[in-house]
Ligand binder design. Sequence first.
Ligand code: NAD
Length: 273
Amino acid sequence: MIRSAFRFLRTNPLSVQQRMSQSCLAGKVAIVTASTDGIGLAAAQALGKRGAHVVVSSRRQANVDKAVALLRSQSIQVTGTTCNVGNAEDREKLVQMTLDQCGGIDILVSNAAVNPFFGNIMDSTEDVWDKILAVNVKASFLLTKLVVPHMEKRGGGNIIFVSSVAGYQPMKGLGPYSVSKTALLGLTRALAPELAHSNIRVNCVAPGIIKTRFSSALWENEGIVKQFKKQLSIKRVGEPEEIGGVIAFLCSQDASYITGETITVTGGMGSRL
Ligand SMILES: NC(=O)c1ccc[n+]([C@@H]2O[C@H](COP(=O)([O-])OP(=O)(O)OC[C@H]3O[C@@H](n4cnc5c(N)ncnc54)[C@H](O)[C@@H]3O)[C@@H](O)[C@H]2O)c1
């Protein structure tokens, strides 16, 4: 009897249906920062379509209301609030509201970022560095610190940082921003082994040029796009949904053996390697 059961398991690996249900995020609660537009909104959609209850946030209430209405119209379970991730009170409010309204936290996608400076890195000021590191790096860590105890109560979870290809190869004119994105690669690696004991996986995505408001200065400039395309295998700018899907994959059971990794999603941009 036992031998035949083992033979069955050996010869019948997970069925397609079992695999699909494993990638389902039903019952999970996901906080996504800066999720009313661009990659954050696409991540919220991708997680929500797989069954997660998503908590969307951004700094402006009007944008939150618009995103909540959009996601509801797509039959996604959603809650929204304002949150400036650089502000400690706002971070705590976001976490507490999620606990009060959704009963727990399983996923954090730390997506918010700023880039208040274009130019030579030697011309960047202390204020610029303080702002970029506070929002892009420190807030990602401090939010992680806030959510981890609640993930532990649920028996595990997933944390995703949104870095950039610029984190591997600094982009001209975007020095401090690029360095902040390199820091997220390190943060991913530093946290993963510590949090593995709590069954929390920590991963990162590094997008190339994706069509959002953030990068419009790049993709609206035909000359720059032409230059970029030379480095790409897939000769077009990426879409936010192409990042959202990778984030949802990393949060799913299909990625259960992946932690401490960064997936580059760049259309095959050669220069990073
Ligand atoms: N679009 C690209 O080509 C590209 C490439 C690589 C990485 N990224 C990264 O993707 C992420 C999302 O960017 P996007 O392209 O979707 O653009 P986006 O402009 O839609 O997203 C960035 C968001 O962060 C928000 N934000 C800034 N400071 C904040 C704060 N203190 N608190 C809360 N929100 C704040 C902005 O309001 C904005 O909505 C960012 O981390 C960005 O660095 C984007």
